[in-house]
Design a protein around this ligand. Structure first.
Ligand code: CTP
Length: 408
């Protein structure tokens, strides 16, 4: 499967609705598009602005809004996956009966997408034969039921009925989708991705770092996993969580990154150096804190150059192994950017170089990117802009020879 999923997160009126925020957030961070359909009851427990900020989309509640665009069926028709978390006893009963007098009921009935529900209610309600019969009906129709877990409920009571943790619900839903899918086009390909900014230690509490968020590298790892590749993610400092499904290696400094990537590269088909590696490190690493008392008004740091990891990977690549570098440049103008990129590609000796512009307000920490992939020799293999996940798919297409060559 390529591209991200359109996920409808249905939220119904129980106290666990506040935990639905975590469900939405996990889907969004994994690169999926989320449409929230909340019942009126759900909005008593969790605020619309929270849901809109986290899902990055308007929240849908009303059956009689958006009538001209036939919203009551459009949301369900566009869904790849519907996850209802929490699903109250009332909602489960309504779904089992096929009621369609609210937007969520219509959305589910109008959709052919897999449906996952995460029940949440008091133990007595969960164990009530009516609820159990409704759950059995839903299961017999192919609905996946995640949880409930057993534990502390809203009052003093505890027992089965607690909504499963958001991460468990999201993983179960995505695993279900994986099972529904063809094997990815990168199945059998071993990819190593480095991501994030290195931190070069100065003393026990300080480091030299950079503004890389790691988002593009994480998006590459995530897209590669989704497409079936076996992925090792070598992470320096990341502002975002690593995706599921990778072998994760922590490598805070350039020296640690060099060691980790050299170890992993041996069995890799493709190595993608998306990490922002510090060119220099402090010449000495102090064992005690650097203090003002010791240095007074001025402090001079002596830095020494780090080895060029990309260049040495390129120099020692096995035949057929593909080495990909990144270049974040502050150069103004597209032509100049390409000129600088081509010179860097030749200098590093790698197979591909992904070039993008960065500046005070460009590139870093954003969820979008605009890149050009240069192939050995300097031809443009791909140009792409969009979400970092979409850009990741274009980069993977280019470096695996799947991209159609852009017209020049
Ligand atoms: N890189 C590396 N080892 C280093 C520095 C950078 O492997 N010591 C890699 C980065 O991961 C990236 C590519 O080289 O894939 C380009 O990084 P960049 O900092 O732009 O390269 P430099 O050679 O440092 O070029 P400049 O002098 O323009 O900073």
């Amino acid at each position: 499967m390529t591209g991200s999923l359109n996920v409808v997160v249905g939220i119904t009126g129980g106290i666990a609705a506040y935990k639905a925020v975590g469900v939405i957030r996990s889907f969004v961070l994994a690169g999926h598009h989320v449409q929230v359909v909340a019942t009126a009851g759900a909005l008593r427990f969790v605020g619309r602005p929270t849901l809109e900020a986290i899902s990055r989309n308007p929240v849908h509640t009303e059956l009689y809004e958006g009538v001209a665009e036939v919203r009551h069926v459009a949301i369900g028709q566009a869904a790849d996956l519907i996850v209802i978390a929490p699903a109250t006893a009332n909602t489960i009963a309504r779904l089992a009966t096929g009621l369609a007098d609210d937007l969520l009921g219509n959305t589910v009935l109008a959709s052919t997408a897999p449906v996952v529900i995460a029940p949440a209610m008091h133990t007595e309600m969960w164990q009530n034969p009516a609820t159990q019969a409704n759950v059995a009906t839903l299961r017999s129709r192919g609905v996946t039921v995640v949880g409930p877990a057993s534990g502390q409920l809203t009052g003093a009571d505890s027992g089965p009925g607690r909504m499963e943790e958001p991460e468990t619900i999201v993983q179960a839903a995505l695993a279900l989708m994986d099972g529904n899918q063809e094997p990815g086009d990168l199945a059998g390909t071993r990819i190593v991705v480095t991501a994030g900014g290195t931190r070069e230690p100065l003393d026990p509490v300080r480091f030299l770092g950079n503004r890389s968020s790691g988002k593009q590298g994480v998006a590459l790892a995530s897209a590669a996993v989704r497409r079936g590749a076996t992925v090792t993610l070598i992470a320096s400092h990341l502002d975002v969580p690593p995706p599921d499904g990778v072998t994760l290696v922590h490598a805070p400094s350039a020296a640690e990154l060099q060691q980790a990537v050299t170890d992993a590269a041996g069995s890799a088909d493709i190595v993608i150096m998306a990490a922002a590696v510090s060119d220099y490190r402090p010449a000495e690493r102090q064992d005690a804190k650097i203090t003002k008392q010791d240095h007074g008004a001025e402090l001079t740091l002596r830095l020494v150059q780090n080895p060029d990891i990309l260049a040495s990977l390129a120099a020692s690549a096995r035949p057929g192994q593909v080495i990909v570098g990144f270049a974040a440049e502050t150069t103004p103008g597209h032509d100049e950017l390409l000129r600088v990129g081509r010179a860097k590609l030749a200098r590093k000796g790698c197979d591909y170089l992904v070039v993008n512009r960065v500046g005070w307000n460009e590139g870093f920490a954003l969820d979008t990117n605009s890149i050009v992939v240069l192939a050995r020799g300097g031809d443009v293999a791909v140009e792409a802009s969009g979400s970092k996940l979409d850009v990741a798919d274009h980069i993977l297409d280019a470096v695996t020879g799947r991209a159609s060559v852009p017209a020049r």
